[in-house]
Design a protein around this ligand. Structure first.
Ligand SMILES: C[S@@+](CC[C@H](N)C(=O)[O-])C[C@H]1O[C@@H](n2cnc3c(N)ncnc32)[C@H](O)[C@@H]1O
Length: 294
């Protein structure tokens, strides 16, 4: 991330103030130091990745170690090389790449959301990779370096439920399992995404959709622990989005512990649960000026 890129962001603690970097540069890029607003330190840059959230909001060391041991980031990349994202995802990638605009990938996690697929179409796309964990972002950055892609990718750790992107700064938002991680507070994350988009901007959502009898019958402790969310389409409409494309897919049985915590929890208790997905492209109304690459 370059010092100029800081103008896209604000500290949710001091939104009126400009962000400044105080620290060491690596060429044009921020390397190690502090992010300041007014008189205050509001974030930090560690190993080239900026963060506007508390350092303790991170993946646990043992989970990060498992991620590395399992070579999961590379495996997710290999998956994208052999898999098409389906009609909705493919259309989003095409439309976004055509805008030459900037996208934010919220809660990018170890898979990186749809970003690895976007970078296969255009390795220099302008993207903000977001996660609440700066360590995950460091791993994503290292992976992109290894692949020789992502020259215009900014890595910024922050809470996607907070207004960290300044209003109308991005042309697209992608949530590929990101909004679903907000512990039942997806509406807040959706409303923040709406705010950050330019009028006419695109939202891509690919999320587990819990709108089924199987999900409704789940024990309450599982629902609470995984913050299960249903009704994505209606949620987006309530937030003001216009739905351009929607697909609901009836997925496979959750019978592989590598699918994650929810799969493990239902398997342990012998519960039958299928992976249903909602894939949506939505548009913020209006005809804004999409930002073009220089
Ligand atoms: C399991 S991943 C979801 C899938 C992910 N998009 C992928 O492709 O792998 C969820 C990620 O969301 C991050 N996360 C959780 N809450 C968040 C929040 N409030 N803001 C930003 N990221 C968050 C987690 O750290 C985690 O890496």
């Amino acid at each position: 991330m370059r010092a100029d890129d800081l103008s896209l962001f604000q500290s949710p603690l001091l939104p009126g103030e400009e962000l400044r970097f105080e620290g060491k540069l690596d060429g044009e890029h921020l390397a190690e130091g502090l992010l300041c607003a007014g008189w205050h330190v509001v974030g930090y840059v560690e190993e080239g990745v900026a963060s506007l959230c508390a350092p303790n909001l991170n993946w646990r060391d043992d989970d990060l170690a498992k991620l590395k041991e399992g070579n999961w980031i590379q495996r997710n990349r290999d998956w994208w090389r052999s898999t098409q994202p389906g009609p909705v995802g493919s259309r989003f990638v095409r439309e976004f790449v055509k805008t030459q605009g900037r996208m934010v990938e919220v809660g990018c996690g170890p898979g990186g959301g749809i970003t690895p697929r976007v970078l296969l179409d255009n390795r220099d796309c302008r993207i903000i990779m977001n996660d609440i964990s700066n360590r995950i972002l460091q791993l994503q950055r290292d992976q992109m370096k290894k692949e020789g892609v992502g020259s215009n990718v900014i890595f910024m750790a922050y809470d996607m439920m907070k207004k960290v992107l300044r209003p109308e700064t991005v042309d697209a938002v992608s949530s590929f399992g990101g909004f679903g991680e907000t512990g039942g507070k997806a509406d807040m994350a959706i409303s923040v995404a709406y705010d950050a988009l330019v009028p006419g901007g695109l939202l891509y959502v690919s999320e587990l959709d819990h709108d089924s009898d199987e999900y409704r019958a789940l024990p309450d402790d599982i629902k609470t622990r995984f913050g299960l969310t249903e009704g994505w389409r209606a949620r987006l409409e309530r937030a003001g989005f216009e739905i351009t494309q929607y697909a609901a897919t009836q997925g496979e049985l959750m019978d592989d512990p590598e699918d994650g915590g929810l799969a493990k929890a239902v398997m342990e208790r012998g519960i039958t649960l299928h992976k249903n997905h909602a894939q949506i492209i939505a548009r913020k109304p209006g005809r804004g000026s999409l930002s073009r690459a220089p």
